[in-house]
Write a protein that binds this ligand. Structure first.
Ligand SMILES: [Fe+2]
Ligand SMILES: [Fe+2]
Length: 280
């Protein structure tokens, strides 16, 4: 489960210098005695209704739906500051409006969702983007919660650099403005920037290498303190220059045989963060 990136090997000079720069970004919070604002986030991955391990089609959908309902009950009991769903809300994009409008109403804490590749399989398809927007309200967004800037990125757009210039301008502006305001940032995404290693080849699981390092270094320089992702269906805890990149358990299929559930991320004012498994 722990495939931490160790920055002592295979690191470019640019990466090293950017690492130093990111340490500079951490100083942004020194005005608060080096403390970060405490926050609790439910990290829920890939409910992917219809993908589940048992049954096919409608039966799989029913089983995944039952677990998503139970997950929401547990989130409601735990009362985090915000509930983050890391995309792939359904297995078939045209079933997005079947249950999610009702499920969202049942969540009694603020929520934030990013689109997955099963929700918007083709980033150029307006019908798919419009359906996602009709259910969740946006295809990318950001909000401030308890002194943190949460940027809900669009991983599909990140994977297609040059195709969505207004999105890329928006996310660069978001990063700059949060940095100027001295707000620590959590980057929320479906596809993680990388799967196992920052230098790995392009794959289904990551952002393109051609722009990946520029992106990661920009994030660290702007004050991104956590990357939270879904998509891999594996529980992963690795870092990019000490900045955690976390993928939690899902409630559909876990390819690493982890049990169904989600994680509660608890960032205290001081000391190490907790990221604890909650079974569903
Ligand atoms: Fe998925
Ligand atoms: Fe996915």
């Amino acid at each position: 489960m722990n495939d931490s990136y160790r920055p002592l090997t295979g690191v470019s000079r640019r990466g090293f210098l950017q690492g130093i720069a990111s340490l500079g970004a951490m100083q942004l919070f020194a005005g608060n005695g080096g403390k970060l604002p405490p926050i609790q986030i439910a990290h829920c991955c890939d409910p992917q209704l219809g993908f589940g391990p048992v049954g096919k089609g409608k039966e799989a959908y029913k089983n995944d739906l039952a677990r998503a309902e139970k997950e929401i009950e547990k989130v409601n009991e735990l009362q985090p500051d915000i509930c983050f769903f890391g995309g792939d809300m359904v297995n078939k994009w045209n079933e997005l409006s079947q249950d999610w409008p009702r499920l969202l109403k049942r969540i009694n804490v603020p929520w934030i969702v990013v689109p997955g590749n099963h929700d918007i399989p083709d980033d150029r398809n307006k019908t798919q983007r419009d359906l996602f927007t009709s259910v969740f309200g946006y295809v990318y967004t950001a909000q401030t919660v308890k002194g943190w800037r949460l940027i809900a990125a669009n991983g599909q757009f990140e994977r297609a650099p040059g195709r969505h210039p207004s999105y890329h301008a928006w996310r660069n502006r978001e990063l700059e403005e949060a940095k100027k305001a001295g707000l620590p940032i959590i980057w929320l995404t479906h596809q993680p920037p990388f799967d196992r290693q920052p230098d790995e080849k392009d794959s289904y699981q990551n952002y393109p290498l051609a722009t990946r390092h520029e992106f990661l270094d920009r994030c660290l320089d702007s004050g991104v303190r956590f990357f939270l992702a879904g998509h891999t269906h594996r529980t992963q805890n690795r870092t990019y220059w000490r900045t955690p990149l976390l993928n939690a358990e899902t409630t559909s299929r876990n390819f690493d045989k982890r049990p169904h559930g989600f994680r509660m991320l608890e960032i205290p004012a001081e000391g190490p963060f907790k990221w604890e498994f909650v079974p569903v």
